[in-house]
Design a protein around this ligand. Structure first.
Ligand SMILES: NC(=O)C[C@H](N)C(=O)O
Length: 341
């Protein structure tokens, strides 16, 4: 279902816009033993605790808290991903809901954001937000990130832009953004594509709009997704072995994403791995471990039946590959997904 227009008569919100804040855990919901401890913290807070820390939020909108998960994002698996996506879709289908925020750990935030960007069928703003410092820290970044996320969700310009990520005063398209720093509050980048906009002194300044197909314009639908197929990422390097490919194929992977060197070049073992995958009917995608740039198609793609990931990093290529495999294993289908999304 495509949800496009917010409802005009707001009987239960007294005329105020309604924003759902859906909590999944992460540092934004964590605390440590002291204000100076910026590591080794635990998820402790629910969404209401975040509201308590930012009383100014209530002036912006009628807020609804949904405590869905309390996980660090490195613990999110395919089942949790589907749980998040289904709940987001359910909330967006409510005509009284104008926008939705997902609070999330930053380690795998880009994977969830890209997945939502591909499967949600709504033009309402969805903003994924996290924090690099726990809520208990000196200069915690979560409260302002969340406040900014709600402001973005309420901005008319955020409609129809796909899933957005707000971190440290910047606004990104879910497809383009990636975590690029282990500890800094300026942890997220969209190196080649750039951020979509900036939040400055209370204003939301949008510079670009995403061009790749997203949300209502994709062929993916949660209604038809019972589960996600298994896909593994294998990291290539000097002296790499073949055992990872055997292990992935034997374990039942339906797809392998190679975090290849450079512009998707294959070590001798990776080449052998691609041949094994082709023989076993396992899809093989070449992405790059470099972190910037595009993996371009090569002659080898034809001989070994591989797909070039374009500008998707390995973890995002895996998300798209899993979704594409739910529709077809055909090479032309997989390639067309990587060209369109
Ligand atoms: N900054 C963070 O959110 C990291 C965190 N541990 C996570 O859940 O990904």
């Amino acid at each position: 279902m495509t949800v496009s227009e917010p409802r005009r008569d707001r009987r239960s919100t007294g005329g105020r816009p309604r924003v759902v804040v859906l909590g999944t855990g992460g540092t934004i919901a964590s605390s440590a033993d002291s204000a100076t401890q910026l590591h080794d913290y635990r998820v402790t807070a629910g969404v209401e605790d975040m509201f308590t820390a930012i009383p100014e939020l209530h002036a912006l909108a009628d807020l609804r808290a949904v405590n869905l998960l309390q996980l660090d994002s490195h613990a999110i698996d395919s089942a949790a991903l589907l749980t998040i996506a289904r709940r987001v879709a359910k909330e967006l289908a409510d005509p009284e809901v104008d926008g939705l925020i997902v609070t999330h750990g930053t380690d795998t935030l880009e994977e969830t954001a890209y997945f939502l960007n591909l499967v949600l069928k709504s033009t309402k703003p969805v903003v994924v937000v996290g924090a690099m410092r726990p809520a208990s820290a000196l200069s915690a970044d979560g409260p302002l990130n969340l406040y900014n996320a709600v402001r973005v969700a309420l901005a008319p310009a955020a409609h129809g832009k796909g899933v957005l990520v707000v971190m440290n005063d910047r606004l990104f398209a879910a497809r383009d953004v990636a975590k690029a720093h282990t500890t800094a509050v300026e942890a997220f980048e969209a190196a080649e594509e750039g951020c979509l906009g900036r939040i400055a002194c209370g204003g939301i300044h949008l510079f670009h709009a995403p061009l790749r197909l997203h949300t209502a314009a994709t062929s993916f639908s949660l209604d038809r997704l019972a589960e996600l197929p298994m896909a593994d990422i294998i990291f290539d390097h000097q002296g790499a072995g073949i055992h990872h490919y055997h292990a992935a194929i034997d374990a039942g992977a339906r797809g392998i994403v190679l975090a290849a060197t450079g512009n998707g070049s294959l070590s001798p073992s990776a080449r052998l791995g691609a041949e094994l995958a082709a023989r076993a009917g396992v899809a093989f995608v070449r992405s790059s471990r470099v972190g910037r740039g595009i993996v371009t198609p090569s002659f080898d793609d034809e001989t070994l039946g591989m797909v070039a990931a374009g500008s998707l990093n390995p973890q995002k290529a895996r998300i798209l590959l899993m979704l594409a495999l739910t529709q077809s294993h055909e090479l032309h289908h997989l390639r067309s997904c990587f060209e369109r999304y």
